[in-house]
Write a protein that binds this ligand. Structure first.
Ligand code: AMP
Ligand code: MG
Length: 423
């Protein structure tokens, strides 16, 4: 079934209440329509940072390639040591990182070895230098050593032939290093997702313009730009569009042509939605929801041609919260991420009392900090109105209050979602 038919089926679903859509349910509906981009490009390793792997990465090597020492000290055969007494062995040579010992060490001999130095053949144990006494070409080592101690074995990190990364993994700094450690300098990644976005609202003025009475500067185009850039997509800013059907229609048509995803802010709340609704019914198939959440009640999702469409509420905090709770994960799936992890919910003691009606999920803006004993506590940032963008700026977390929860007294344990890593 194509997306349009499936969306129509959702609208016909008797169990579906667009006026009180639980957060999880809306997320699951959206998820059902998402298929990742398929085009792939080859990039130099460093250029792949933040991109999503499109092919598995298999190691042709053992990492490390050789058994080597984890310490500066002396390599020996364990069998040459007296178990409970000192042993004195002749020093046959030196093995440095990158400069292995070239000779042959015989029985009863030790090799001076540095961290990363290759273990001489037949040697199995390293004694750290702090425990050794060297003099006159000999070294005296204490008893009580363990066979195999301080040795890093070939292939301990990665074995030759092993699949190290599967398609759908994001390349982070550790992956860059891992791939480099395999000697691989080029990788296949999905092409960048293209996301077009614009603001709607006659009251909005672009920065640089002068405010007349009742006008405000367009800030959503900046928060949305920022959130998109952090995800590593290609962001296409289509500017500020008047609340005028012809202008909005041509903006939608253009955006859907240019991008994989179209994001707008404003114009989906009651009163405004009607003309946008009619327009979108003409251009595509879009669901209009009132999500059972605060802030961020109105949300539209659907398809315009091949493009996915997210209509975010206009209120600046609502636009950010709905982006994080719905759009972020959807974009990760579209970018090719195989399994976007749900954002972790951590527990913290909330020092503020919070008023809340059951029946909706709330995302209060919070400041999480460690108290003198190192326990995490959280407080609300103050005014939680959906227009107070400074509440997002002061916050370092969302306090997530689930549907069923009512008023929360000070001192209660709450769930928090840390913004660091999210933003
Ligand atoms: P709307 O969803 O269009 O009804 O807008 C709700 C509120 O958000 C109104 O107060 C708008 O002025 C405000 N708003 C809408 N779009 C933006 C924007 N791009 N930047 C800042 N505020 C906005
Ligand atoms: Mg508006």
């Amino acid at each position: 079934m194509d997306a349009a038919k499936r969306i129509s089926a959702i609208v016909a679903d008797s169990d579906y209440d667009p006026n009180s859509m639980p957060v999880d349910r809306a997320r699951a509906y959206i998820r059902a329509f998402l298929a990742p981009v398929s085009a792939v490009e080859r990039l130099h390793l460093r250029a792949a940072l933040g991109r999503v792997l499109a092919a598995e990465i298999r190691s042709l090597l053992n990492v490390p390639a050789h058994d080597n020492s984890a310490m500066d000290g002396y390599a020996v055969r364990f069998a040459d040591l007296k178990p409970d007494a000192e042993s004195t062995l002749r020093i046959a040579g030196v093995s440095l990182a990158g400069k292995p010992f070239q000779g042959r060490a015989g029985a009863g001999e030790a090799v001076r070895i540095m961290t990363g130095g290759v273990m001489p053949g037949g040697y199995d144990t390293v004694i750290m230098q702090e425990r050794a006494r060297a003099a006159d070409g000999k070294v005296t080592l204490p008893g009580g050593q363990q066979k195999g101690q301080n040795v890093r074995y070939a292939g301990a990190d990665i074995q030759a032939g092993q699949v190290v990364f599967k398609p759908g993994e994001i390349v982070r700094p550790a992956e860059l290093g891992m791939i480099a450690s395999l000697g691989i300098g080029e990788v296949s990644v999905y092409r960048r997702l293209r996301v077009a976005f614009f603001s709607t609202g006659d009251e909005l003025v672009p920065i640089g313009g002068t405010l007349e009475s009742g006008e405000i500067y367009d800030s959503n185009r900046y928060t949305i730009y920022g959130m998109l850039m952090r995800l590593g997509v290609e962001a296409i800013d289509m500017g500020l569009i008047r609340d005028d059907p012809a202008a909005i229609e041509s903006a939608f048509a253009q955006a859907a042509q240019a991008a994989d995803v179209v994001i707008t802010s404003g114009g989906v709340s009651v009163g405004e939605a009607d003309f946008v609704k009619q327009l979108l019914a003409k251009l595509g198939d879009v669901l209009f929801w009132k999500i059972a959440m605060k802030p961020g009640r109105p949300l539209a999702y659907g398809k315009i041609g091949q493009a996915h469409f997210f209509g975010l509420p206009g209120n600046p905090v609502s636009a950010m919260v709905t982006f994080y709770q719905f759009v972020r994960e959807a974009l990760l799936v579209l970018m090719g991420v195989a399994d976007p992890h749900p954002l972790p919910l951590l527990k913290a003691v909330c020092t503020s009392a919070i008023k809340k009606a059951p029946g909706r999920t709330e995302f209060q803006r919070g400041v999480l900090s460690a108290d003198v004993d190192g326990h995490w506590t959280v407080r609300v940032t103050g005014d939680q109105s959906s227009g107070i963008l400074s509440s997002m700026s002061q916050a370092n977390c969302f306090i997530v209050l689930p549907d069923a929860q009512g008023n929360t007294p000070a001192g209660a344990t709450v769930d928090v979602q840390v913004l660091e890593g999210l933003v």
